[in-house]
Design a protein around this ligand. Structure first.
Ligand code: PLP
Length: 382
């Protein structure tokens, strides 16, 4: 039986009041006052030009692919070590993923391998700030500028993380956020598109509103709304925005709770990690992380699996991700082969994530730490 889950959704207490308030308004569908307030909170706190709530990060990624007119025959550069949604967003449009390996330290796309993968067909770079620790954005943005290729930051993990004192999600032309229940800020399922280039503003509203100019109609700018472009239904209801508003307003409390948990893991597992040749997360000095997760790199697949079983014996759920995209059934259909991304292939077998969630009690965390410290890697592994 699981006593300490991997994730437990956190509520600040204000969510229910805001949901009641939303019910009392005449508008429960999208883009009412709670959505507007979430947009304002995100834009002002990040210094982003425009934020649009979406029903998920997956949908925000799909909007990005539509906005960039990605289509059949195009190529998009993406790390193999990421969530399938990043690739599906442009595969749905008929484009082909070009997988790039990751850096062994941050598990982010290896910026030194990007330029050699750019061809005349490359339409975008979709990157992810893994664990809310920034990719090497200076180098990546310089390559993107040189080749005039737009960058989409999948910032599902990294809301309020920074690179060289600037918030993640404000570098690429477009960026996405996730408010799934496992993320720092949540409304169960949800996301946002951040637009850092105003040329996309109007079309993004249309794509998000079923390909119509309904947003302009609601603002009284046109007297009827019409089908004007491709699009889908990407806006969440006011009930979700009401929940999310409470979370965004408690930014300091949430981030402080997560910072304390992350630092306790790092501090109290340091000796165990060294003795067992386990690698703790790496946060380069130019990065301020978002405290999204705590992961370790075990010496081998066997030791990773053994630690999962060991922790399960204490009722503790530890999990891993991502399976390399280039070796997945879909990745193989795009020509992915063993050995294409050796760092991804190696680290994906050895990565393990410990329980980590806002409001995790000190006693719960100590139980995890004690159980981890009781684990010894086999001599062959060390
Ligand atoms: C890096 C990354 N991108 C996108 C997603 C998809 O997010 P959502 O569930 O909000 O669609 C995830 C999900 O965990 C993720 O880890």
């Amino acid at each position: 039986m699981i006593r300490i889950p991997f994730n437990r959704p956190f509520a600040t207490g204000d969510e229910i009041d805001y949901i009641r308030a939303a019910i009392a308004t005449p508008k429960l569908s999208g883009d009412g006052s709670f959505t507007a307030e979430c947009h304002r909170l995100l834009e002002q706190s990040l210094g982003a030009q425009k934020a649009l709530l979406t029903t998920s990060c997956t949908h925000a990624l799909e909007m990005a692919a539509l906005l960039l007119n990605i289509g059949s025959g195009d190529e998009v550069i993406v790390p193999s070590f990421t969530f399938p949604s990043a690739a599906n967003a442009f595969v749905l449009r008929g484009a082909k993923p070009v997988f790039v390996d990751i850096r062994a330290d941050t598990l982010n796309i290896d910026e030194s391998q990007i330029e050699q993968r750019i061809t005349a067909r490359t339409k975008a770079i979709f990157l992810v700030h893994y664990a809310g620790v920034a990719c090497e954005m200076e180098t990546i943005m310089a390559i993107a500028r040189k080749h005039a290729i737009p960058v989409v930051e999948d910032n599902a993990h990294g809301l309020y993380g920074k690179y060289r004192a600037r918030y993640l999600g404000t570098f690429g032309q477009l960026a996405t956020l996730s408010f799934h229940e496992t993320k720092n800020f949540s409304c169960g399922e949800g996301g946002a598109l951040l637009i850092n280039d105003a040329q996309f503003n109007q079309r993004a509203e249309i794509i998000r509103e079923k390909g119509t100019d309904r947003s302009r109609f609601f603002r009284g700018e046109v007297d009827k709304y019409n089908w004007t472009d491709v699009g889908s239904s990407y806006l969440p209801s006011e009930l979700l925005a009401a929940f999310l508003r409470a979370q965004l307003e408690h930014r300091d409390q949430i981030q402080e709770s997560r910072r304390r948990i992350w630092e306790k893991y790092a501090r109290e597992l340091a000796t165990w990690a060294e003795t067992n040749r386990v690698r703790l997360p790496v946060v380069p000095p130019e990065c301020e992380q978002s405290y999204h997760m705590f992961h370790v790199i075990m010496p081998s697949l066997a030791s990773r699996q053994a630690l999962i079983s060991h922790l399960a014996g204490f009722g503790i759920l530890a999990v891993f991700h991502y399976l390399p995209l280039h070796l997945s059934p879909m990745g193989v259909r795009f020509g992915g082969r063993q050995g294409d991304c050796p760092v991804t292939e190696d680290l994906s077998d050895r990565l393990l994530r410990f329980p980590f969630f806002t409001g995790m009690s000190s006693s719960e965390q100590s139980q995890v730490i004690d159980a981890v410290r009781a684990f010894r890697c086999q001599t062959g592994d060390v």
